[in-house]
Ligand binder design. Structure first.
Ligand code: ADP
Ligand code: MG
Length: 734
């Protein structure tokens, strides 16, 4: 069996939906041909396709149907009933054109007869049909039946002429695509079918033949054909299986390759300084949980090696990740390494600065705070007070190695002052040994490289932290290049947050309760329903404003209320949060921007409007915003959804406190698509279900391991190599 490079066609196979090759496929068309050059696609269609993310030929082929309609069975006209999707075949007995009342709509009427009966068919606004359809012509028609004036009729059916022997739409299982204005399923079929036919016999294969044989998969060309135009529904399933396998396999391959590459690199070997570690642990006002101990140990052991650590620390909100990272930091600093800690927002960065400062103030080290928008920088000579220094000074000190731990936002890796040249503004370290990133799922190779010292052979260790609980199997698949540490156990003595599902009838009662909480000095979050991205983004702003108006004018005229949303600048957001923290108002009405890591110990009520619109993990994150101090706290889930699935999900919120339990429920009920970090892999929806399938994952992983083993840098599989590289561009460098 030959599994090496086959032909120049092999290079196109690198293509998939995202490639740069331009080997001709047939005639002048290839997978990279812009859709505008494909026959029958004009400028208007090209623009509409662009909105769907389709710009080249291969995008079109990878635009998969949402579902199928079975038009393969032709029914007898005598047997069809009202309000049914039917497919019939018959002769045109007669045809005429009419105009409707308003004279604006044309109506074409025909009588179609088969050997059992006849039926009236009407089309609206398709005047050309009167000339296109001839009497006695044989047609296949598919559409919905209705009753008009007591008679059954077929309305605006799709049609095909038997004489053309074209079964693109009818007399077969027809694909139904997600449609937008001007891009219909019918049009897509009409465009995609000829492409598939013209490339059918020379469509290059992506997977090594040995893998295809081993798992009994369809070939790529067959899969692409069958997913668009299945001969039977089973074939569509097999095509999905094959295409999903391919995606999972590529993800695994990508991760394995990354892992191997990293193992070849060098990092500072940081010995474990048990004295220091013990001293810090003993100075804590609490005992570490067993999970915290276990994770700390895993991290310290990793950094002891001279190869770069790449570890993900997962732990629920409040599970105590910061202290774990502080132990790792002090251990690194005491071995003459600098540490950088990066978080997504200024609020969080300042919080981290405060926490780390408090934990490590007796350890005689310098901590720097570098934020983005404001031109304010602090440095901490820990014997004295926090002092403010200029950014220039802070950067100088960092470069000289005088700052041991630098805490900051994205400003750390991207220059914040556009007027300055990149170099002037860039953070440089003398001896960076550890990078810690909090809630930055996109932190990848490029970011790591930008912090790494130039021309040094050693690169820093990386510890990534997240409170987004992701089921283990899923995490291992999508972040397979990371080692995983999990804090499952929460610190003792946390009060359970009382969670309730609130239907419309109980709204008033809930408002009364909130008023009482506010009167006794507590604070309240109100989260507005999630607005899908496809919907108008200004809609989100509108919802917040409306909710804010309603609450401040009608419901709580005596309370002080503010709002927070994504359209505010980060300065405005910061100010609002600061004011909330210092109790300038009682209620904060917000979109989901409040989600990450905000710490307002005095807040005791989290009220979530339209809670059914959020994933469980996100609801859990919201809930984690309250119950952060001694006060009993509450989470109210408002919903008017009557669906059973919603009910099950929301009830899981009452049943479970653990983010991990909830993430598993979410995976079961909603599939993996909602998990943070999953979408960026660009998996088609149907492949998502395979992400929850442990067996499918194991299969893909095993195959990827075999391939990597036989060719670690994938030289033997140039096509796979190219695809994996294009993954890298997409996943890590965006
Ligand atoms: P997160 O994992 O969400 O980042 P933090 O590190 O901010 O959690 O910890 C939340 C709070 O719990 C902090 O106030 C911290 O001091 C406290 N904490 C951490 N570990 C423990 C523990 N083992 N026992 C009691 N409190 C703890
Ligand atoms: Mg945290």
């Amino acid at each position: 069996m030959y599994i090496g490079p086959r032909s120049s066609m092999d290079r196109i196979l690198a293509c998939g939906a995202c490639d740069r090759g331009s080997t001709p496929l047939e005639g002048t068309m290839n997978l990279k041909t812009p859709v505008g050059e494909i026959p029958h696609i004009g400028d208007a269609h090209r623009k509409r396709l662009k909105k769907l993310g389709i710009s080249v030929l291969s995008d079109l082929l990878y635009y998969f149907p949402r579902e199928y309609r079975d038009y393969s069975k032709i029914q007898k006209i005598r047997d069809i009933k009202n309000n049914e999707d039917v497919c019939i075949q018959g002769k045109v007995l007669g045809i005429e054109q009419d105009r409707a009342w308003a004279k604006k709509i044309s109506i074409t009427k025909a009588i179609i007869q088969d050997d059992s009966a006849a039926i009236q068919v009407v089309w609206f606004n398709q005047p050309y049909l009167i000339n296109y359809l001839k009497k006695d012509e044989e047609l296949i028609l598919a559409g919905k039946t209705t009753i008009k004036n007591g008679r059954l009729q077929l309305v605006s059916p799709t049609l095909e002429k038997i004489s053309l022997k074209d079964t693109t739409h009818l007399g077969r299982i027809a694909p139904i695509y997600s449609e937008t204005k001007g891009i219909t399923s019918r049009w897509l079929r009409h465009i995609i079918k000829p492409i598939l036919l013209s490339i059918k016999d020379n469509f290059p294969e992506t997977l090594p033949q040995e893998i295809i044989d081993k798992h009994g998969l369809l070939s790529l060309k067959e899969s692409l054909y069958q997913i668009h135009f299945p001969d039977k529904l089973e074939n569509a399933e097999r095509a999905k299986e094959r295409l999903s396998f391919e995606q999972l396999f590529l993800i695994c391959l990508f991760n394995l390759k990354k892992r191997l590459e990293l193992r070849k690199e060098k990092a500072p070997a940081i010995p474990i300084n048990l004295d220091i570690v013990k001293r810090l642990i003993e100075s804590l006002p609490f005992n570490l949980t067993d999970d915290q101990r276990k994770c700390t140990w895993q991290i310290l052991k990793d950094m002891e090696q001279g190869i770069p650590m790449n570890r993900l620390l997962q732990g629920d909100v409040g599970s105590g990740k910061t202290v774990v990272s502080a132990i790792a930091s002090i251990n690194a600093v005491k071995a003459k390494n600098q540490v950088v800690l990066m978080a997504p927002t200024e609020i969080l960065v300042k919080q981290h600065f405060k926490t780390i400062f408090n934990l490590l103030k007796d350890f005689n080290i310098n901590i720097g705070l570098l934020t983005g928008k404001e031109d304010k920088y602090y440095s901490k000579k820990l014997k004295t007070d926090t002092i403010e220094i200029s950014r220039k000074r802070l950067l100088e000190k960092t470069e000289k190695g005088e700052i041991d731990i630098l805490i900051g936002t994205h400003a750390l890796i991207s220059p914040m002052n556009k007027r300055k040249t990149k170099n002037e503004d860039k953070v440089k370290f003398k001896s960076l040994g550890l990078i810690i990133v909090d809630e930055q799922h996109r932190f990848g190779v490029k970011q790591r490289a930008s912090l790494s010292p130039k021309n040094k052979e050693k690169i820093p260790h990386l510890l990534s932290m997240t409170a987004t609980p992701i089921p283990r199997t899923l995490a291992l698949t999508i972040w397979g290049d990371l080692n995983l540490s999990i804090i499952e156990e929460m610190p003792k003595g946390r009060k359970k947050i009382i969670t309730e599902i609130i239907t419309e009838e109980k709204r008033l009662e809930t408002y009364n309760f909130i008023e009482k909480e506010a009167k006794s000095g507590r604070q309240i979050f109100v989260i507005c329903p999630r607005i899908e991205i496809e919907e108008d983004s200004t809609l989100e702003l509108k919802t917040v404003k409306e909710e804010y108006e309603k609450l401040s004018k009608n419901v709580f005229p005596n309370l002080k209320i503010a709002m927070l949303h994504g359209k505010m600048t980060s300065k405005e957001k910061d100010k609002t949060m600061k004011d909330f923290r210092s109790k300038k108002f009682d209620i904060l009405v917000s979109t989901s921007v409040v989600e990450v890591g905000i710490d307002i110990p005095n807040a005791t009520v989290m009220m979530i409007e339209g809670s059914d619109r959020f994933g469980l993990s996100q609801l859990h994150q919201f809930r984690g915003r309250v119950g952060r101090a001694e006060h009993q706290s509450y989470c109210f889930l408002l919903t008017d959804s009557k669906s059973q699935k919603t009910d099950k999900r929301l009830k899981a919120m009452i049943k479970y406190d653990s983010g991990f339990k909830l993430s598993e429920v979410d995976l079961r009920l909603r599939g993996p698509g909602d998990f943070f970090g999953v979408r960026q892999w660009g998996l088609p929806d149907f492949a998502m279900s395979f992400l929850g399938d442990t067996k499918a994952i194991a299969k893909a992983k095993e195959s990827a391991e075999e391939i990597i083993k036989s060719s670690p840098s994938l030289e033997k599989y140039p096509s796979l190599k190219a695809r994996v590289e294009s993954f890298e561009e997409k996943v890590h460098l965006e």
